[in-house]
Ligand binder design. Structure first.
Ligand code: NAD
Length: 257
């Protein structure tokens, strides 16, 4: 049994990752915003964390801690709380992320900074805060949530794609740097999952049915991905003893690299 810290774990893909690790018998600390940060759509808050805990408690040892991944001190506190609660920390799932879309010409500097602060610096902050604990573990791993947007660029998603390419680059670099400690570092690259990113921003106000219909047309396997698909991939990557530096696409054939 290992202890896993999942950032952005209150909902969406992060909650799926938390659930999969619990089902695999691990301790899970969900870390997310206690108060929604100002963003283009509603982020998680204490209420969302409470709901996640209520739903996940029957599955195993799970607790929640507030975190703002853009703030190093907050990351250090969350890591400390995890170690106090479960006695150590073996796996970090750097999953917190935000999206904003639009033409680069009119894209705001604050959206650009917000995306890079969460999606890139967030991985740096949490990983460094956890590093001593990971070095002390005899089965340590980091699993970053990148994206198919980290494999191929898209118009009107420049900042997001650039941040996810950065997440893939960080994954490869840290895999090499941490290999001497036996810490594996990998990423999952989700395709399209019907979370707030899609339903409250990229396809806001179009509804679940329109989302499903578009994805059925777009995705070779004919359906959007589920948070559980990402959870299974994350558990695999955190457990495979000889796999590191990989960014594993889970996208129903929409992206194959
Ligand atoms: P989501 O908005 O439901 O989840 C993102 C989570 O990150 C939220 O719980 C949010 O509160 C949290 N978060 C945001 N800023 C934070 C901060 N500063 N500190 C701590 N937590 C913060 O969306 P999601 O789709 O579940 O996104 C999870 C990850 O998956 C993200 O990294 C996203 O880029 C990635 N992703 C999503 C898709 C998709 O189709 N939904 C595809 C590829 C990659």
């Amino acid at each position: 049994m290992r202890t896993v810290l999942v950032t952005g774990g209150a909902r969406g893909i992060g909650r799926g990752i938390a659930e999969s690790f619990l089902r695999a018998g691990h301790n899970v600390m969900i870390a997310d915003l206690a108060e929604s940060a100002k963003w283009n759509y509603q982020l998680a808050n204490e209420g969302a964390m409470g709901e996640a805990i209520t739903a996940l408690l029957p599955l195993g040892h799970v607790d929640a801690v507030p975190i703002d991944v853009t703030d190093r001190a907050s990351c250090e506190t969350a890591v400390q709380r995890t170690i106090e609660t479960f006695g150590g920390l073996d796996v970090v799932a750097n999953n917190a992320g935000v999206v904003a879309s639009g033409p680069i010409e009119t894209f705001s500097e604050s959206d650009w900074d917000g995306i890079f602060d969460v999606n890139v610096k967030g991985i740096f902050n949490v990983t460094v805060a956890a590093l001593e604990a990971l070095k002390a573990s005899d089965d340590a791993a980091v699993v970053n949530t990148a994206s198919i947007a980290g494999k191929k660029g898209s118009g009107n998603l420049a900042a997001y794609c650039a941040s996810k390419f950065a997440a893939v680059g960080l994954t490869q670099s840290l895999a090499q740097e941490f290999a001497p400690y036996g810490i594996r570092v990998n990423a999952i690259c989700p395709g399209i999952v019907g979370t707030a990113m899609w339903l409250d921003h990229l396809m806001a106000n179009q509804g679940q049915a329109a989302f499903e219909e578009r994805m059925e047309e777009m995705i070779p396997l004919g359906r959007p991905q589920q948070a559980e698909d990402m959870g299974e991939a994350a558990v695999y990557l955190a457990s495979a003893p000889n796999v590191t530096g990989v960014s594993l696409t889970v996208a129903g054939g929409l992206e194959m690299n």
